[in-house]
Design a protein around this ligand. Structure first.
Ligand code: BDR
Ligand code: CA
Length: 304
């Protein structure tokens, strides 16, 4: 099994990604770390615990950054609801899984003590990962890859050009892209095509407990406007790990705009090599939407 750490801000699409990762035969989730993003740190941590209690999985949880490195915090409660995971009446979780260590120290410990390189899967703003790489650069020797849900080669979803996770903490994203580690950017180019429609959601309803829970969350995701498809952004990062053949991937140079007058927080993806810089990331530029959907539904069947 591939050992991974999920760094997350649940988040309705985070919940789907976490469900699939927890029940995959090929992944071993060693740690979940939380970061302020879709909603504040207390709420996303509470949501992570609600999910783990629902799934009855004893994965340790460590709290990370409650705000971006420099920018003022933003959230996405308009998309995920004020709790960050509106729509399902979860059982009250216990705090037993919460570590005393913060996310950065917990990641450091888990990475350094692993006999196999760890894959990091950040599906929220990159604050924790940036802090980890700066505070403990020695972890780089035991990180296999960082598979990021974030960024875009085209339009944005938090601004004209900027994707939410990068826009929320652009300085952190820049640090991660400049880390010289193997980076995979799974951004909006694929996330915007990874869609669940009402008829797919209806299939979930009677699939299993997880399907029913996600069905309920989907009624509230983006205010319930399901007709044009709900975007399963974060599941794309898990899909890349489990079924990379559904993606078209290009090696290229990626940087993050920090001071554009209109474009702050957007990823600058140099697909044509104008900047003449060495490649620092694999970018998922396209996805087979049908393959994704079949994979998503099949994967969720393995859950409780
Ligand atoms: C990303 O932003 C968040 O709202 C989602 O959970 C996802 O991680 C998509 O831009
Ligand atoms: Ca997320």
């Amino acid at each position: 099994k591939k050992p991974i750490i999920i760094d997350t801000d649940p988040g309705i699409d985070d919940a789907v990604a976490i469900a699939i990762a927890l029940y995959s035969e090929e992944l071993e989730v060693r740690l979940m770390t939380t970061v302020a993003g879709n909603v504040g740190l207390d709420k996303v941590t509470y949501n992570a615990l609600r999910l783990l209690t629902f799934f009855k999985k004893d994965i340790p949880v460590a709290l990370g950054a409650d705000r971006p490195l420099i920018k003022a915090p933003i959230d996405a409660s308009d998309i995920h609801g004020s709790s960050g995971m509106d729509g399902y009446d979860f059982e009250e979780p216990t705090n037993d899984l919460v570590l005393k260590e913060n996310a950065v120290n917990a990641m450091h410990r888990v990475i350094m003590s692993s006999d196999e390189p760890i894959t990091l899967v950040p599906i929220g703003p990159l604050t924790n990962i940036a802090l980890l790489l700066k505070l403990y650069p020695e972890v780089k020797d035991n990180i296999a890859e960082i598979v990021i849900m974030g960024g875009s080669t085209t339009r944005g979803n938090a601004g004209v050009m900027a994707e939410f996770n990068v826009f929320a903490d652009p300085e952190a994203a820049k640090i991660v892209f400049q880390s010289n580690l193997p980076i995979v950017m799974v951004g909006l180019d694929v996330g915007l095509k990874a869609l669940v429609y009402p008829e797919d959601s209806a299939q979930l309803k009677d699939m299993n407990q997880t399907g029913e829970m996600l069905y309920q969350l989907f009624q509230k995701y983006r205010g319930g406007s399901m007709k044009t498809g709900l975007k399963m952004y974060d599941s794309c990062a898990i899909a890349y790990l489990l079924k990379p053949e559904m993606f078209e991937v290009t090696d290229t140079f990626v940087d993050v705009e920090l001071s554009g007058s209109l474009t702050t927080g957007c990823t600058v993806v140099d697909l044509k090599g104008y900047l003449g810089k060495p490649n620092n990331a694999k970018v998922c530029v396209d996805i087979n939407p049908q393959m994704f959907k079949e994979w998503l539904l099949e994967s969720l069947k393995k859950c409780i």
